[in-house]
Design a protein around this ligand. Sequence first.
Ligand SMILES: [Zn+2]
Length: 97
Amino acid sequence: MSMSSSLISKVHKAKLYSDDPARIQFQDFTVTLRGENDTHTVTFHDGTWNCSCRTFRDEKICAHTMAVERVLNITIPAAARQGEPFSASGVHPSPLL
Ligand SMILES: [Zn+2]
């Protein structure tokens, strides 16, 4: 197999995978979110959300973790989804719609 056909094969497979984002399941990440007043740090580690804001400290959920979940959608493992948006099946709507 030549270099170029090998690369074409990888590009093809990458497209198949990226067209089906549920194949990707985030396990661990840190992001910053620029809020209205402060920039907050949201982390996801071993299925547990955390945020540097006061609301999260008090309530274990906040607009920042919820916003990150909305962006990452089905790439968040089902067991760790905070339910934004809620659905009867527990499966989020396609992020591609
Ligand atoms: Zn927060």
